[in-house]
Write a protein that binds this ligand. Sequence first.
Ligand code: SF4
Length: 247
Amino acid sequence: MANQKKKQSTGPSLSRRPGKALQAKSRAGAAGQKRGTDLARVRAILEKLDEAYPAATCALKHQNAFQLLIATILSAQCTDERVNQVTPGLFAKYPKPEDFAYANPAELEREIRSTGFFRNKTKSIMGASRKIVDEFHGEVPKTMEQLLTLPGVARKTANVVLGTAFGIASGVVVDTHVQRVSGRLDLTKNTDPKKIEQDLIRVVPQEKWILFAHQLIWHGRRVCQARKPRCIECNLERICYSKDKTV
Ligand code: SF4
């Protein structure tokens, strides 16, 4: 993947030095109060995810950070498959940020219509591209703070770009799959994505943040599906006590 400076960890080894919050949770568990985020349990979950998805990565097709940013904006309320059908033609027609920045909005709306919410997405894509051209010398910024100044970019999109394009673990991507699966695995009791991210950041070692989010997304798509999780095929079944379990 172009522009990737740090490699994601894909091996099964885990941090031997968990953060203070994680150690405190572990002590709470050892005191007799078994919790969803007990250190040993979280480790077991991470090991199982590594076994099942050692090389999970972003499913959005892209060749650089800017293309990933545009694809991620398009993926809101839309499947990655649909976005991947639209982006090859789009990136061929608009290869650089300035091409999107000064596009004909009506034309762009037509070109991305099939991804849904095409008017808002056109505004976001053109606005973000204009800002990248005007304020960031045509380059996608590499900090959370700067990315959040781009129109249409919130924490989820910023985490996707920083993690996947630049290898920077700034947080944990929380999409609908991460939201659902982390809840079922009792890693969070929250439903607000920002709070879920904070819960996950507290229990997952930072060097795992990027891969962990991709693994939960893959697990949510392939096994722990929204309507009917395929628990019989799930390698986490023995350590999952979700009320949604089907076995
Ligand atoms: S056991 Fe079922 S509910 Fe639990 S993580 Fe696996 S698929 Fe999801």
